[in-house]
Unconditional design. Structure first.
Length: 160
């Protein structure tokens, strides 16, 4: 990955887990490389630890979809990434308030929409089998409130 020094430092800190007791927060205006940093960090974490469980959360579905789309692209098209993770290792977790008509059809196999149409909340076993779970902050909170499941602290090695 070619990027500026700040991005390289952010990736290094995330991958090396320099702040193990808190999530990593990447912020900045549009077009500054936030998604690039997150995707590269996820790939590097999985390269170092193939059994890692990563929760990647963002404020909006648009942001989560961008990260999911880039990870899916890497899993399908880049040989180095293919050896580390595949489409079956990614879960794009949507809230039940998300309209299935707005679902990017390329996410049909990695989302919690059956056949890209019917929403369901996957059980913990399904979530835990995934290496990367991508969800909005609100969806993570709904899991904790409605199902008494804290996916942030129990089922992840890295929260970014």
């Amino acid at each position: 990955m070619q990027s500026d020094e700040e991005q390289q430092i952010a990736i290094k800190n995330i991958v090396l887990s320099t702040n193990r007791n808190a999530p990593y927060i990447v912020y900045g205006p549009p077009g500054t490389g936030k998604s690039t940093v997150l995707v590269e960090s996820i790939i590097q974490i999985l390269k170092r630890n193939p059994n890692a469980k990563i929760l990647c959360s963002a404020n909006s579905n648009v942001s989560c979809d961008m990260i999911a789309k880039r990870l899916l692209y890497m899993a399908q098209n880049h040989n180095a990434a293919k050896r580390i993770f595949g489409e079956e290792d990614i879960l794009r977790l949507y809230s039940n308030s998300f309209n299935s008509e707005d679902l990017d059809l390329s996410f049909a196999n990695i989302s919690n929409f059956l056949n890209g149409k019917e929403h369901y909340y996957p059980c913990l076993d399904t979530i835990y089998k995934k290496k990367v779970v991508i969800a909005t902050l609100t969806t993570c909170g709904r899991y904790q409130i409605h199902f008494s499941i804290d996916i942030i602290s129990i089922y992840t090695d890295f929260v970014i």
